[in-house]
Design a protein around this ligand. Structure first.
Ligand SMILES: CC(C)(COP(=O)(O)OP(=O)(O)OC[C@H]1O[C@@H](n2cnc3c(N)ncnc32)[C@H](O)[C@@H]1OP(=O)(O)O)[C@@H](O)C(=O)NCCC(=O)NCCS
Length: 316
């Protein structure tokens, strides 16, 4: 059935971004209805310059009914993983195109030494889950998507004082030198967040890696905001949360890592830094309508903190 399917490397000059954007929006409407679609300009921006930590990317298009496969060749501790996302237009599904797209990228994955193919956008209960099972994939990790919809949120939830013995510190783009080392060590606390059976490994954070990631974010035009709680006695960063605003998406923000160092847990610092982040972000960027985040499904504490800050669960 797929004999007239032509699969080619994505060439923006020939195919343009608009066609891929139409495909992604149609697929999102089918599989993740209710979430704001990725604007065309943001798609083009991401494809021109990958987001921090995502490695280099390659894309192929299937011409017949529209299909796309995107592979991110992750780097450093994750260089064995080919992060692969296949999308077939809802009107063209169940004709063998998804399987053909997967087979088409296997040589490139092998060539780049990828032992494992992971897909991070398979939504439970949708065609993607059934297709993945039919192709021989097994579930390794379940994540929960949550969103804080600003119009629906009672902002008094963000009145969270910082606990005795701590003070709040916030910055955009570059950590102050005075907390750089303790902030890098604190970022490593994310290693306590469960990864299920995924082959993915959290980054090994060092001060140099923090600076490199900050530079990557700047190059991509991301506005990276950090709110940290500093332990007053030692002057060390004890908790932090990170939000990024993307340059071509002024009404949407992505809540990235949040972590509290082991010695400082159970004192409400996670909720406090998140609440202050929401206030700071929306105070300066009132146009933001939606703050999106993802968390491992077994990470009950983080999911509860998000719910208390008024994040609602998206379909997943
Ligand atoms: C997942 C997706 C790429 C599949 O594309 P497709 O072209 O429809 O897939 P195929 O035709 O190659 O399906 C191959 C097999 O998968 C299984 N399958 C696919 N969709 C299915 C569904 N909706 N229900 C049950 N089984 C399904 C079947 O066994 C099918 O073989 P069959 O049609 O002979 O029974 C498509 O549904 C999609 O774009 N979903 C949204 C994005 C996504 O979730 N991607 C996840 C992969 S990274």
């Amino acid at each position: 059935m797929t004999t007239d399917l032509v699969i080619e490397r994505f060439d923006p000059a020939a195919a343009g971004f608009a066609r891929c954007h139409d495909l992604l929006v149609a697929s999102q409407l089918a599989d993740r209805p209710g979430e704001p679609p990725l604007p065309l300009a943001e798609l083009a921006g991401r494809w021109t310059r990958p987001l921090p930590g995502m490695g280099t990317a390659a894309r192929w298009l299937g011409f017949r009914g529209d299909a796309l496969v995107e592979v991110h060749f992750l780097e450093a501790e994750n260089s064995g993983i080919g992060l692969t996302h296949i999308v077939v237009h809802p009107a063209a599904r169940r004709a063998g195109i998804g399987g053909a797209m997967l087979r088409a990228v296997l040589p490139a994955l092998r060539e780049r030494g990828r032992r494992v193919i992971e897909g991070w956008q398979v939504v439970a209960g949708t065609a993607g889950e059934r297709w993945a099972a039919a192709m021989g994939f097994r579930p390794v990790r379940t994540i929960v998507r949550q969103a804080l919809v600003t119009a629906e949120t009672d902002r008094s939830r963000w009145d969270v004082p910082v606990g005795a013995g701590y003070r709040l510190l916030r910055w955009m783009g570059a950590a102050p030198d005075a907390v750089l080392d303790s902030y890098a060590a604190l970022r490593g606390a994310i290693h306590d967040a469960p990864l299920g059976q995924s082959d993915y490994r959290w980054p090994e954070w060092t001060s140099a890696r923090v600076r490199a990631t900050e530079a990557e974010a700047r190059a991509q035009g991301l506005e990276q905001r950090i709110v940290a709680a500093v332990h007053e006695r030692t002057g060390e960063a004890a908790a932090f949360t990170e939000v990024c605003v993307h340059p071509r998406r002024p009404d949407w923000a992505y809540q990235r890592d949040t972590a509290v160092a082991a010695a400082h847990r159970g004192r409400g610092l996670g909720r406090c830094v998140k609440a202050h982040m929401a206030r700071w972000l929306l105070g300066e960027r009132p146009a933001i309508a939606w703050i999106s985040t993802t968390t491992g499904a077994e990470n009950a504490h983080m999911i509860r903190v998000n719910r208390e800050s008024a994040s609602r669960r998206c379909r997943r």
